[in-house]
Structures are given as structure tokens and as C-alpha cells.
Design a protein around this ligand. Sequence first.
Ligand code: ADP
Ligand code: ASP
Ligand code: MG
Length: 403
Amino acid sequence: MGLLVQKFGGTSVADADRMRAVADHIARTRRQGSDVVVVVSAMGKTTDELIRLASDVSRSQPGRELDMLLSAGERVSMALLCMALSDLGIPAASFTGSQAGILTDAVHTKAKIVEIRPVRIKDAVASGKVAVVAGFQGMSTEREVTTLGRGGSDTTAVALAAALGADACEIYTDVSGVFSADPRIVPDARRISRISFEEMLEIAATGGRVLALRSVEFARRHNVPLHVRSSFTWERGTWIVEEEPGMEQAMVTAITHDTSEAKITVAGVPDQPGIAARLFRALADHAINVDMIVQNTSSNGMTDISFTVPKDDLETSLTISSSLAPEIGAREVSADEGIGRISLIGAGMKTSPGVTAAMFEVLSKESINIEMISTSPIRISCVVRDEAVERSVQILHEAFELS
Ligand code: ADP
Ligand code: ASP
Ligand code: MG
């Protein structure tokens, strides 16, 4: 008899019928002989609605209160799911992140898990109960309620699976696995049956939101077998596994897109040592995740630095960059929200040259202009206008024959 952690995303528990369907599945899993710890997200679009409500009410939105508000969404789900389980005769108990022993740092709205002490979860399981844990939340070292950033329930699930030594962590969602592109944009995208952590990390980092990036990092570090699958069809989905010798290494495995970032350009800065360090240190000190960075070649000793940040952090990033401008001698700071990023990911790229050229040719044939480029050994990313993003994904998916 093993232990499974099963995580259900927002669409999987969106209404009463879905809640009961999920309870049925948990009951089925128990009948097959496994202990189950469940992690739930907020119902449907609850988190988006709470965020909207906060901005309708307040301009300042103190982080502590925002976390108090957002963590409520997952609480609703966990209690309702336990009620549905009770109707099926399955003993169950719900736990907030704090009760589940999820300890985080004190960075509100994007806290990181620092330790897990799942004493009450272990007790609940030992006494024959299904433990249902509210995802996306924890308690900080300062005893405040925190949330883990959007998509954070995935991280809760993987972290609990690691701490409990679960046999697998199953991520149930509204698609039947990880696909060669977002099935909403490329309807004939292919489901991948097994994918390496290495490739999955790149997919998650570049907009393939089916798994939150930190959950994949966690799973890799603690070797948690991850299975992404559908809560609508319940069929076998995608396993994320350690790369195996002889595992097929496709040149291109998946194409991702991301329109959640904006570009900031700090123009006319002196091309001297220390300037970039000061700028990016200031941003890092505010927990802003800078992604792509491009610095122009200098002319007359002056240069431009462009970088991308999450749109959610744009205002703060602009304030920081602008206030630093006089100090670092920058002429101008500007922002561009009309960008999107497309990325090709494939472990086989390491050994096959020419993928970059092929990608550029496909885009140029459609007169799509590339504004920024960045690469890793198994990824190529291009920033293009946001209105060209969907088309770019579709033509690249076709050109690289991923269907
Ligand atoms: P949940 O609420 O279950 O956490 P998410 O909306 O966070 O679900 O993630 C699932 C969504 O991820 C899918 O509906 C799909 O549109 C999107 N997605 C983006 N890229 C991919 C991909 N490569 N494979 C599968 N799904 C993807
Ligand atoms: N409810 C949170 C969100 O919408 C966390 C999650 O679903 O993973 O981002
Ligand atoms: Mg998600």
C-alpha cells in the first residue's frame, strides 16, 4: 500500500459537480489500496476575482492583507471537498497551509517554502483519513500567512510529496498532460508521454503554465515522480522523469509562449563596469525576477540595456530603474508592454546545430520581427510583438512537424 499526493487545479474543482467528481476519484484511488493526500486550488477563477476585488478596493494593497485574502480561495475548496468525501463515507480532514506545516520565507505574495513539518498530515493519514491541504499557501518565519505566487498549488503538492516520501505526485488539470504546445493555441498539439525534468524546467520557465516552475525544480531536487493528467478523462498523462540513457532526444520537443512579461529599456548609460550590477542588484533586492537581458554594443561610450520582467512587477521595476537613472547616468527609462516570447525546447538541440537558423527562417518568412534573443543549451527564445505570438507558435509547430 503506497501513498499518492493528488493535486486538483482550479478548473478541476470549479463547481459542485466537479467537486463531487474529484471526491469520487479519490474514493476510487483509496479502494485501489493507496493512502491519499490531496492538495486543492481555489475554485475556477476565484484567485483572479479576489485580485480584481483587491484592486477595486485599494491602491496600496499591503502584502500581508493580500495574502490573507488570496489564501481564502483555497480554504473554500478544501472544506467543500472534505464534505463531498464525507458523503461518500470517506473520512477526511482539511488543513490550511499553516496547519499542514508549510513554512515559508516572509516575502508576501511570492513566498518560498523553507521547510515542511507535516506532522498533522502524517497523523491524519495514519488514522485512516484523507488529508486535504489548501494549496498555494504557508506560514512565514514571522508567523504570517503567505502565498507562493500564481500556480503555487503545484509547488505545495510536490513539496508535500517529497516531505511525505510519496510514491508519486499526480497533478490533475484540464488538459490530459504536457503537450508539444499549448493545446488552446495549437489544437493538434501532441501529448508527450515521458519528458525529462530538464526539458520540463525549460517549458515551465518559458510560459508552459501546466506546471509551476518551482514545482518542477522541487521535484527534480527531491526526485519526486510527477504525473500530469486530466481530471476530466482520468486517462494516463505525462510522466516527468529523470533523463534515462537512450531516452529519445528530439531536436524540438515543445514550443512555449509567454505574454506575461514586459520590456524595460534603460537608454544612454555609460558603458562602464558596475552599472549593470547596480541596476540588477536594486531589482533583485525587491525580489523582482529579471528574465532576458540584452545590452547593445556601445557607441561613444554609451549603451542601452533592455530586460524583461513580469508585468505584475512592471510598476515597481520602473520606479526602481527611474530612481536609479540619475545615479547611473542613464538618459531615459521606458517600458513596452506589447511584447511576447516564444521558445523552442528540445534536449536534442545540444547536438544538432541549425535549429536557431531554422527558427529565424520560419519567422522571417512570415515577416515576424525578432526583438530579443536568448538561448540555453536546450532552448531558444525570441521576443516578438505580442500580436504575433499565436501565429508564431502555430507556424513553428507546423514547420518542426510536432503534431
Ligand atoms: P490548473 O488550474 O489545473 O493548475 P493551469 O491553467 O494552471 O491549470 O494549467 C493548465 C493549462 O496550461 C492548460 O489549460 C493549457 O492551456 C496550458 N498549457 C500551456 N502550455 C501547455 C503545454 N505545453 N501542455 C499542456 N498545457 C499547456
Ligand atoms: N489559486 C492559485 C492561482 O490561481 C494557485 C493555484 O491555482 O495553483 O494561482
Ligand atoms: Mg496551475
